[in-house]
Ligand binder design. Structure first.
Ligand code: PEP
Length: 255
């Protein structure tokens, strides 16, 4: 499949880091470093930083994302934020199904499906995270796990809506651990996902869909990972908080 028909997306997942004042600093430092990026650049910031991030990135090539959204538009869901609220602010991207949400906050394949539906209905682009735990890799059921996660999450997603889906393959054992999947392991999983998309949708959809890798990607390993034929960018946690490192990853994705 031809990689040239896809534009890489490098998305930073800031997790629960940075205050609004720190957001201004980080984005202002980042702007000049990535202004000529040949890939799409997104920063997914905590809810309280969204307004600041939107203001700081106005007129730049940096897009803003949230890290989760609720599936209802409004209602008695104390502490939650809806997709339509995010959309009205001007937020264009949202991470759904991150393994930290699945592991610590009870997200399941079904809630991931509902959140994905709500985000698409609001017109946002979803960065849909899938990936296996270490035990699952050791049991040799990685592809089964990813396949189940994707089939459920995409259950109601039409061919046309798939343009608004980015898939992030994130092996849980590689997130925030410093243990990166080898370029071969990452590409193998991404290739499997692309094949699954061709079965669930069609070949054209599989060729077009952006499939990122995430899990301890950094300035030193980005070149090798991003040069793989089925890796179209990255979801970057720790390294997205260091402007020079994040900019190096953006550069590696820009060739
Ligand atoms: C992530 O949070 O999605 C992630 C990949 O984190 P890290 O890069 O720190 O492993």
């Amino acid at each position: 499949m031809n990689k040239d028909c896809r534009k890489a997306v490098i998305a930073g997942n800031w997790k629960m880091n940075k205050t609004p004042a720190e957001t201004t600093g980080l984005i202002n430092d980042l702007k000049p470093l990535i202004k000529n990026a040949g890939c799409d650049v997104v920063v997914c910031v905590p809810y309280v930083d969204l307004q600041t991030a939107l203001e700081c990135t106005q007129g730049t090539n940096i897009k803003v994302g949230a890290q989760n959204c609720h599936w209802e538009k409004s209602g008695a869901f104390t502490g939650e934020i809806s997709a339509s609220m995010l959309k009205e602010m001007g937020v264009q991207y949202v991470i759904i199904g991150h393994s930290e949400r699945r592991t610590y906050f009870g997200d399941t394949d079904l809630t991931v499906k509902s959140r994905t539906r709500a985000a698409l209905d609001s017109g946002m682009t979803v960065i849909l995270c899938v990936g296996e735990y270490l035990e699952q890799r050791e049991q040799d059921i990685t592809f089964e796990v990813i396949s189940t996660q994707l089939k459920i999450a995409l259950d109601s997603v039409t061919d046309k809506e798939l343009d608004k889906i980015i898939i992030a393959y994130e092996p849980v054992w590689a997130i925030g651990t410093g243990k990166t999947a080898t370029a071969q392991q990452a590409n193998e999983a991404n290739k499997f996902i692309r094949h699954l998309i061709s079965q669930l949708y069609n070949k054209d959809a599989a060729e077009k869909i952006v499939i990122q890798y995430g899990g301890s990607m950094n300035a030193s390993n980005a070149d090798e990972l991003l040069s793989q034929p089925d890796i179209d960018g990255g979801l970057i946690g720790g390294a997205s908080l260091k402007t020079e490192d994040f900019a190096s990853i953006v550069k590696a994705a820009s060739v």
